[in-house]
Design a protein around this ligand. Sequence first.
Ligand code: NAD
Ligand code: UFG
Length: 340
Amino acid sequence: MQDPILLTGGTGFIGAHTATALASAKLPFVILDNLSNSSAKVLDRLARLNASPLAFVNADVRDAQALDAVFARFKFSGVIHFAGLKAVGESVAQPLRYFDNNVNGTLQLLQAMQRAGVKKIVFSSSATVYGDPASVPIREDAALSATNPYGRSKLLCEDMLRELARVDNSWKIALLRYFNPVGAHESGLLGESPHGVPNNLMPFMTQVAMGQREHLQIFGNDYDTPDGTGMRDYLHVMDLAQGHLAALQALDAPKLLTVNLGTGQGVSVKQMVDTFARVTGVPIAHRFVARRPGDIAQCWADPTLAQQLLGWKAQLGLDRMCADAWRWQSMNPQGFDTSL
Ligand code: NAD
Ligand code: UFG
C-alpha cells in the first residue's frame, strides 16, 4: 500500500469531498480534525461511500504533541491542509482567533512536518488573496491584498510557505487558490452543512428552497455587471477535490506551485437563482437589498495555469452544481444530523 496522506480539516466540506476522490483513486489517507466546524457523522457517510480514513484523529492542528503522535504513527507521503476558520464576518469580530487558528495552526503543522521529515503540502488558499481585483479574469500574478482578517490570515500563510520554499529547496508546496466551491457529492450523502445562518449564497438558496428560510436577500443590484448583481466563479466541489489529487501528483519534485482553481466563468447572483429554479423546478423567493459591506462586484479566475501545471480543468457546470446541492439539501434537511 502507498504511504497515506494526512488531511487536516478532513471532515469539513471540501476535505470530506476530497476524501472520496482519494478513495476512488485508491489513495489511503488519515483525517485530523478538531470538529470545530464539522460533524463526526461525516465519518459514517464516508464509510457508506467506501471512503473511510485509515484513522480519524480528533485533534487541533495547533497541538504539537498530537501532531507528533500522528506523524509517529503513520509515514505520510504528504499533507493536504484544509483545517482553518473561513467566515469573513467572524474574522472581523475575532481577528486574533483567526490568526491563531489559521496562521499559528499552519506554522505548528509545518514544524511538525519538518520534525517528521514530511515536506510535501497542499495548502487551501483562496481567491480572497486578490482582495478587490483590478480586472477579471484573475491570473496568479495579479496583485495580492487582504480586505479582512480572514484574507490576511490566508495571505500570511501563503507568505510563510513562499518564503519557506525560497530558502529551503527541499519542500514540495502547492498553494491552491479556490474560487467559490459549491455543489455536493452526487450520492446526496455529503454536502455543505453550515452552522447557523449560512453566509454563502448556495446554502442560503437551498434553505430557502426547502422552506427553512423565507427568502434570499440579494445583496446589491447596482453593481457594474450586466444584470447589476455580483459575479463569482462557482466551481463544483468534486472538481475542486480532483484539483487536490492533481496537485499531489504534480508535486513530484521540490517546487512551489501557485494556482487558481476555478472554472473561468463569471456567474451573477441572478443567473444562479434562475439556474437553480430551472434545474430543480423550485423557485427561490428573493428580494434585492443593499450591498453587503466588503463585497466586490466581480471575481473570477483565469484557470489556464492549473491546466498547464496540473493538467486540471473543471468539468461540471452550473446545472450540476445546483442539482447536486439541491439533492444534498433535500435528502438532509438537518444536515449530517438527518438519519438516512
Ligand atoms: P470547513 O469549515 O467545512 O472545513 C474546515 C475543517 O477544519 C472543519 O472540519 C473544522 O472543524 C476544521 N478545523 C478548523 N480549525 C481547526 C484546527 N485548528 N484544528 C483542526 N481542525 C480544524 O471549510 P471548507 O469550506 O471545507 O474549507 C476548507 C479550507 O478551504 C479552509 O482552509 C478554507 O479557508 C479554505 N477555503 C474555503 C473556501 C470556501 O468557500 N468553502 C474558499 C476558499 C478557501
Ligand atoms: N450573496 C447574496 N445573498 C446571500 C449570500 C451571498 O446576494 O445571502 C451574494 C454575494 O453578495 C456575492 C455572491 O452572492 O455576490 C457570493 O457570495 P458568497 O458569500 O457565497 O461568496 P463570496 O464570494 O462573498 O465569498 C467566498 C468565501 C470567502 C472568500 C471569498 C473569496 O465565502 O471566504 O469567496 O474567495 F473570501
